[in-house]
Design a protein around this ligand. Sequence first.
Ligand SMILES: [Zn+2]
Length: 264
Amino acid sequence: MSTKIVFHPSPGYNAESEDDLNRDLVIKIIDGFGKESSRLSGQDVLIYFGMLSCRYSIGLRGALGILGIKNTPTYSNVYCLISGEFKETSNKSNFEFIIYLSKNIRQDDNKIFQTFTIAHELQHVIQYIHSKNTYKKHLLLYRYFYFKNEMNKQRYRNLPSEIDSFRKAKVIAYNLFGKEECDQFLEEKIIRGNANNDNDSKSYWENIKALDLNSSYNYEEEYSKLWNEYENTIENEIARIEKQNNSKSEEKDLLEAYRYFKNN
Ligand SMILES: [Zn+2]
């Protein structure tokens, strides 16, 4: 069974330009996953042409693409934080997975740029299908760092599922467009970020450039290590939160992620 990809323009989006984001490109990206693409088969993935400008929205500033998954705490929480548009789409949708693409992706028709983002989000879909337990661990740690006020872009990019997705997207982009062209693209992004005093963008692309694809990386093992490191502290925080009557929203989110994790 092949993957059903549905493109959906957000209200106000110029429908005739649905081809901006080339359907053929998405199919090529999925093929680029090789045997892992079988994990996507039979899945309904909605690719949403957002009008969002994630760079300026709360919570996930700077995001180029975001994956929404049904029936998870992220679904009930994260998107409420961001904007009405996410909430509206996810409420109406029956899709298990929704890939939201920011305005930046829509406005720039560079195929390498689109590939880096779409392949990255699709790899998150594969991760989720492959191991829900690891995904739950990710979510819990993510919530914990937020709760501790220790979440920032650097930490986020270095979460194992992020590293894994960045790596996979780089492999696919290299295979589709060639190493030389992709490296040149990365270089241009870094130079532009620098020229525009846009440190977020500059460090985002530098991070991708620095990924060494010759070394191996196992994100599940990395989560196990992180889990060993934080398990006791998290359990203690949870016990404390459960005892109190009024919890702050970060505490509620942590608790929700913890219960989701424990509830297999
Ligand atoms: Zn990601």
